[in-house]
Design a binder for this molecule. Structure first.
Ligand SMILES: *Cc1c(COP(=O)(O)O)cnc(C)c1O
Length: 795
């Protein structure tokens, strides 16, 4: 038994090194030290975890279940150390053994079980739920391979499989006793009132639990991930007949289901395996939730009172029909009552208005894999149509199953993720359903956890904040407003700027040693890091960069503000346009970075393999945050919040949560440009809008001409014809129409950055006024408005 509270960390580390890993300090490799430290920290997390579980049972409190196909959790060791306030102890303990704290932390693999914002949001929510002490589980899939690793070959993105589980992993507990059978295919048998689904194929979902500890270790919840396994793993008969491939086939087939994360951020592919994954996650989670509920409460009519299930996008939307199937077919409740109980339990978060991202399934595929669910969807849709005879939007038209309308109808609340996005939902995708159910849509603007995204990733700034206003801001981020008076104090501002500069030096050193990229920390660090997508408009950024470079060349002795343009982000492997944008940025970087005329003033770097760990390095060192999506397309963004919190003002459009960030930090501390969502819709109807914009702006024209002429791809001048002709033609995302105003905003940035004190004040005000963007605030919003759940720490 390990007596964690009283045992010094150094002793726990040594004990784990010795008895968990069988090494003495002389022979331990870095990974042994990382694992020993992780286990020592984990012991303490487990103590908090048991206490939380016990309290949840004792109080009979309502539980929240967050179902998500993605959890972009990143590394967990530092998170645990920071939340348990063990940073100093861990550093000195490792130092006693001659080990460097940061080197040990850097050994941990980054768990990339998600694509981007949606998955990172789920991870921030888990941490906030634990900090607040709301009894909750996250449910997801334990992908063997997370998001691909990205590298560049001749400027082009190359994808390689991610093997996060190949290194030893300290955080999960396998639960071989928690397994459920998940079926697919087969037929439906109807005998009078009794309906039964007999699947033709079954796999087993096995649980792996990761404890998620909140601030100060006051509470810990569980992230339960499902792994696929065969029910009869090995065909001995086949093996004995020498057919080794066939012998192992059932195992391989079942494991395929949790093998890889789909790497598409915002495009729906309608692939069979993806639908299987979605049902695998949802089916296993619901069985687990109902088992727990049954043990504790029994009466299924109380489900909405004791259970709240949040669907992170439509990916787990099969939860509606599946819950109805279980309640009606298996537990004998009436169809009507089953629907009502399911709806009382489920709520749904919409994450995008992009039409290509709204999930639909061909009824052929859906009915083949989930024949009973197809009948149930039809019946739900039929009854909804009966109740609202004038309804035109169906979840079952065009031979499709439409997961958006299904989720809407089966949820008691539907939420958007920023004020603008929620309003647009009401007037676009869900206009009709909103009019039929005007109480259903609510807004919950996204947030980020301040533990990871300030306290842990920016210890210098966190230190200044704590020494200025005390440490209560860590779980009450609104308190950052107490920093406001300090921004009038030149001495304090100087400390603030010195910290930013130290962070930039640290990043420069890392870029130089890890990537051979040399950056001058006195440049303005201008950062755009996010998935590659046309709507996010990395091509607007590089066009402006090229135009700026040409202008510097025209007048190389002018007093230009030196800039480093930093990019990072992955493109979906099949998204060729986005991959061309990556290549263009890399090609432009090669030419521009080697231009001696401009190198003092402009540099470009595209860092490979963007992930949570890289974001944690870049965010604290940014001077400027690029949030330049076409207005109306970015549902919220959370990268924007990380930057504002860490003192990087935004150059951005009125899109997603940018709108609210600008309201909070003040219009004078935000570089606004571009059309509004309304103007965007209007502009699209203007004939030849792109050509007109190009004709009106010679800088834009020149940049496009240089790209077309092969200035950045001399060996293949036509390489970017696709991008250029797209921009001159349809330009759906209105890069050309927003270019001129973007250019203007960037020159305003240049001028402002020259005023060092003024810039520091603006940066500090971004920090002081970003407290509202804590995911603690978001989670309290869900608890009050949607889940009706309570914190057990405040009781
Ligand atoms: C925060 C974060 C995102 C989301 O960034 P956006 O700019 O909001 O798209 C994506 N990926 C990672 C690794 C992140 O940390």
């Amino acid at each position: 038994m390990i007596h964690t509270k009283t045992t010094p960390l150094r002793d726990s580390i040594l004990r784990h090194l010795t008895y968990s890993f069988g090494k003495d300090p002389e022979h331990a490799i870095l990974e042994d030290w990382r694992m020993a430290l992780s286990f020592a920290v984990r012991d303490r997390i487990v103590d908090a975890w048991f206490k939380a579980t016990q309290k949840t049972y004792e109080t009979g409190a309502k539980r929240v279940y967050y179902l998500s196909m993605e959890f972009l959790i990143g590394r967990l060791l530092e998170d645990g150390i920071v939340n348990l306030e063990l940073v100093d102890e861990a550093k000195s303990a490792l130092a006693e053994y001659g080990k460097d704290y940061h080197e040990v932390l850097n050994d941990e693999p980054d768990a990339a079980l998600g694509n981007g914002g949606l998955g990172r949001l789920a991870a921030c929510f888990l941490e906030s739920l634990s900090t607040i002490g709301c009894p909750a589980h996250g449910y997801g899939i334990r992908y063997e391979h997370g998001l691909f690793r990205q590298s560049f070959v001749d400027g082009r993105q190359v994808e390689m499989p991610e093997h996060w589980l190949e290194q030893r992993h300290a955080w999960e507990f396998e639960r071989p006793e928690v397994r459920y059978r998940i079926g697919f295919g087969g037929h439906v048998d109807t005998r009078g009132e009794t309906v039964r689904w007999y699947p033709s194929e079954e796999v087993e979902a096995e649980a792996y639990d990761t404890p998620v500890v909140g601030w100060k270790g006051r509470w810990a919840n569980t992230l339960r991930l499902w792994s696929g396994r065969a029910i009869h793993p090995f065909d001995l008969d086949a093996f004995n007949h020498g057919d080794y491939t066939r012998a192992a086939a059932p195992e391989a087939l079942a494991r395929t289901i949790s093998r890889v994360l789909y790497p598409d951020d915002t495009t729906e592919q309608g692939k069979e395996l993806r639908l299987k994954q979605e049902y695998f996650l949802t089916g296993a989670a619901l069985r687990d939730i109902l088992r727990r509920f049954n043990n504790q409460f029994g009466d299924l009519r109380r489900l909405p009172e004791k259970v709240s299930i949040q669907l992170n996008d439509t990916h787990p939307a099969i939860a509606g029909p599946e819950l109805v199937r279980i309640l009606h077919d298996e537990r004998g409740l009436s169809f009507q009552e089953s629907v009502e109980i399911a709806r009382g339990t489920l709520s749904y978060t919409n994450h995008t208005l992009l039409p290509e991202a709204l999930e639909t399934w061909g009824e052929g595929l859906f009915g083949k894999l989930l024949p009973r669910h197809l009948q149930i969807v039809d019946q739900i849709d039929h009854e909804h149509a009966k109740n609202f005879p004038k309804r035109t939007q169906s979840m079952r038209s065009d031979n499709l199953v439409k997961m958006g309308p299904l989720s809407f109808v089966m949820a008691h609340h539907v939420n958007g993720v920023s004020a603008l996005h929620t309003e647009l939902m009401k007037t676009t995708v869900f206009e009709e359903l909103h009019n039929l159910h005007p109480e259903r849509i609510v807004n919950q603007t996204n947030g980020v956890t301040p533990r990871r995204w300030l306290l842990a990733c920016n210890p210098r700034l966190a230190g200044l904040i704590t020494s200025s206003i005390g440490e209560d801001w860590v779980d009450d981020l609104g308190q950052l407003s107490k920093l406001e008076p300090f921004v009038e104090d030149a001495g304090w501002l100087d400390k603030y700027s010195t910290i930013k500069r130290s962070n930039k030096v640290e990043l420069s050193n890392w870029m130089s040693s890890a990537h051979g990229i040399h950056a001058d920390p006195d440049m303005l660090f201008d950062v755009q890091i996010k998935r590659l997508h046309e709507y996010k408009r990395q091509h607007l950024n590089i066009l402006e960069t090229i135009a700026h470079w040409l202008e510097i060349r025209d007048n190389p002795n002018a007093d230009w503000t030196p800039r480093l343009k930093l990019f990072a982000g992955k493109a979906a492997p099949g998204y060729f346009f986005a991959k061309d944008i990556i290549r263009l940025i890399n090609d432009a970087a090669a030419v521009i970075n080697s231009d001696p005329m401009t190198s003092k003033f402009l540099k470009i770097a595209f860092l490979p393999n963007y992930n949570v760990t890289l974001a944690e390095r870049l965010v604290p060192a940014a001077d400027l945050s690029e949030q330049i999506s076409t207005a109306g397309k970015e549902a919220s963004g959370t990268g924007n919040m990380k930057f504002a919190l860490n003192g990087a003002p935004t150059v951005g459009t009125l899109d997603g949560a940018n709108v609210e960030i600008r309201e909070h930090v003040g219009a004078e501390n935000f570089f606004l440009f571009g059309m509004t969502a309304e103007q965007v819709m209007e502009r699209r109807t203007t004939e030849a809008h792109a050509r007109k914009a190009i004709e009106a702006d010679p800088r834009l024209k020149r940049a496009l001409d240089e790209i077309r002429a092969g200035r950045f791809s001399p060996s293949e001048p036509g390489r970017y014809e696709g991008i250029v002709s797209n921009l001159e033609g349809a330009d759906y995302f209105l890069v050309c129409s927003d270019f001129t105003d973007y250019w203007r905003a960037q020159r305003e940035v240049d001028a402002s950055f020259k005023d060092t004190l003024g810039w520091a004040r603006m940066a500090a005000l971004n920090t002081a006024r970003s407290g509202w963007f804590s995911s603690d605030r978001t989670i309290r919003g869900y608890m009050n408005d949607i889940w009706k759940a309570e914190s057990l720490l405040e009781k």
